[in-house]
Design a protein around this ligand. Structure first.
Ligand code: GUN
Length: 286
């Protein structure tokens, strides 16, 4: 029987745990973890993600600030806002929703975020710590994937994990985090030769390619675990992953659905990072 890894349920449980801890911290220290979410422009997908992030803060008793900036915002205006948020004591996490409008240099902007408040895990110093295995705040989607596997009792140590996609947000950090868990890791990308052949050797196959139906049944080993990070729109505008779910499903041991798999875990990990950042800034050990 194939197990459906229910990210929605698992994330609910994690958010409940975070809410309880946030309440305890409030009772003891009289402060709330605070997240600033900055949205630039009118990208419809980004608007939905940001709305969900803000609503989740509300639900679990975090303090949050919303900044909706115009598509034409100047670089120095955005940097000024980030400087203010970096210095603001009630804010422990700063998130700038990506992608940014073309006139803004993403790398430069992300470097302005105080690494102590880098709840997305995108700052170069956070990424360097990831390389060393010492990061306290890890990028949310890879962290959510590791948490999904652990909470589903899927062994990572010693297993061959094949990652499809080498982005700075998912593929690369995930590879480092799986290595830390003692997995054997292969990253495939758009220039990889024999991608199907390599995918077939995976005990755990993670797809973060961004193409609907990219992972077909012949690319998957019998009884593998399949994690689908894809968020694509089908022709009838439905949210679909990278995996040909219907045909892959009967072949595998466990699989994440889209929606309801990795997506909700990303938000849960953002909240976890925000609470962690608040505790680190306040020097609270639990
Ligand atoms: N855009 C797509 N995913 C993410 C994410 O995890 N964080 C931010 N800031 N932007 C994104």
């Amino acid at each position: 029987m194939t197990e459906i890894i229910n990210g929605k349920e698992i994330s609910k449980k994690i958010l409940y745990e975070i809410k309880v801890e946030a309440e305890q911290l409030y009772e003891k220290y009289e402060f709330k973890a605070g997240l600033a979410v900055v949205l630039i422009g009118n990208d419809p997908a980004s608007q939905i993600y940001v709305k969900n992030k803000r609503a989740t803060c509300e639900k679990i008793g975090f303090y949050s600030e919303a900044y909706d900036l115009s598509e034409e915002v100047k670089e120095n205006e955005l940097i000024k806002l980030l400087d203010e948020l970096n210095a603001e004591p009630s804010i422990h996490g700063i998130l700038v929703q990506l992608p940014l409008p073309k006139h803004l240099d993403e790398r430069k902007i992300l470097e302005y975020i105080n690494p102590q408040k880098d709840v997305d895990g995108f700052h170069p110093s956070t990424q360097a710590k990831l390389f060393l295995g010492t990061a306290k705040l890890e990028p949310c989607t890879p962290k959510g994937i590791i948490e999904l596997l652990k909470r589903s009792n899927i062994q990572i140590e010693g297993k061959h994990c094949v990652i499809l996609g080498r982005s700075n947000i998912v593929g690369k950090p995930l590879a480092l985090m799986l290595l830390k868990e003692n997995a054997t890791v292969t990253i495939c990308h758009s220039k990889t030769e024999n991608i199907a052949e390599i995918a077939r050797t995976a005990d755990i196959l993670i797809s973060a390619i961004g193409k609907a139906n990219f992972v077909t049944a012949d690319m998957v080993k019998e009884n593998a675990v399949v994690i689908d990070v894809g968020m694509n729109r089908s022709l009838d505008n439905k949210l679909v992953g990278d995996v040909d779910y219907q045909n892959v499903f009967p072949k595998v041991r466990a699989i994440t659905p889209v929606p309801g798999g990795v997506g909700p875990m990303t938000i849960a990990m953002l909240m976890k990072n925000t609470l962690e950042a608040a505790k680190l800034i306040k020097k609270i050990k639990t």
